[in-house]
Ligand binder design. Structure first.
Ligand SMILES: [Zn+2]
Length: 74
């Protein structure tokens, strides 16, 4: 059975080592290879978390704007 020793960068398509976690060419983080031998893009949790915090803050601001600030005015 032939074992893969390389994988392809999903960003710039250069061939990199199977255990590499970062592409030497484009410096992007890469994960383990998929069934096509192309490295998967690792999940960027910090992007999700910061996006969630932004949305929650915006929703809280809108709630404050329409329901709390608007109360008893006039
Ligand atoms: Zn690359």
């Amino acid at each position: 059975m032939l074992t893969e020793t390389t994988k392809k960068c999903p960003y710039c398509s250069v061939t990199i080592g199977i255990n590499d976690t970062e592409c030497f060419s484009c410096k992007n983080k890469v994960g383990p290879p998929n069934q096509y031998g192309i490295a998967e893009k690792p999940t960027d949790w910090w992007s999700y978390i910061s996006a969630f915090i932004l949305i929650a803050a915006f929703a809280g601001f809108m709630y404050w704007l329409f329901f709390i600030k608007g109360k008893g005015g006039g």
